[in-house]
Design a protein around this ligand. Structure first.
Ligand SMILES: *Cc1c(COP(=O)(O)O)cnc(C)c1O
Length: 220
């Protein structure tokens, strides 16, 4: 179910602040995406490659498709022809594969590097050192553009902890942006439960699912 009024308010609130709203439509039917598209939404985020490919074939061609979660190198080829932004690059291997598949498609693919900010061991992402070396390495890759950072906070109700994690990511983002210059300009943090904190701390791209489409019936 699409929460039309929530979308309208959120769209307005974020547009005023210059924050891009990525509507996270994973597990939701194409009809929901079409409904939100008809309201004016163009940026949609998906986690699962097969689902993303299926939806891309069905839906309007001017949708900007974001791949937002962990991405396996061997699946890059399926989304390389059309993906707008890959949010969660967490290894040199993945970045090299994106570069290779982008070249095959005669494209340059925009990506974000995922900084590990959460407590949990299980969350993906790189530390600051790994991000710096990947940025240096990327100089030689002509078919990827590193456009910023992405992060996921610890899954907790402790707002202070979330704020501190996001603050740390924004600080690194700002220092890298000053050093790298354009196109390093995107800071993708904030989900349904914490996007206000993320925006207060300096996010300029939020990834929002359940607030817009309702709870997902299965938690993948
Ligand atoms: C599912 C998902 C989101 C959206 O989560 P909500 O809590 O439903 O807003 C954002 N980012 C990533 C990486 C996700 O996997």
């Amino acid at each position: 179910m699409v929460h039309t009024e929530v979308w309208k308010q959120l769209h307005e609130e974020l547009a005023d602040k210059g924050v891009t709203l990525v509507a996270v439509s994973k597990t939701k039917p194409a009809t929901d995406i079409q409904e939100m598209y008809d309201l004016g939404q163009r940026d949609f985020g998906e986690n699962y490659v097969q689902e993303l490919v299926d939806k891309e074939t069905m839906l309007p061609k001017d949708i900007r498709w974001h791949h937002i979660g962990h991405l396996q190198s061997n699946k890059v080829k399926y989304i390389a022809p059309f993906v707008h932004l890959i949010h969660a690059v967490d290894s040199a291997k993945l970045l090299a594969e994106i570069n290779k598949q982008a070249e095959k498609n005669a494209r340059v693919i925009d990506v974000l590097l995922q900084l590990h900010i959460a407590d949990e061991e299980t969350k993906f992402g790189m530390d600051e050192q790994e991000i710096s070396s990947l940025l240096a390495e990327a100089q030689t890759l002509a078919h990827v553009r590193i456009c910023g950072l992405m992060g996921m906070a610890t899954n907790t109700d402790d707002e202070q902890q979330i704020r501190e994690e996001y603050r740390r990511l924004v600080a690194l983002f700002q220092s890298l942006a000053a050093e790298q210059g354009a196109p390093f300009s995107i800071c993708s943090i904030g989900m349904s439960g914490d996007y206000r904190i993320a925006v207060q701390e300096g996010s300029n791209m939020v990834r929002i699912g359940s607030l817009l489409f309702g709870e997902r019936s299965y938690p993948r």
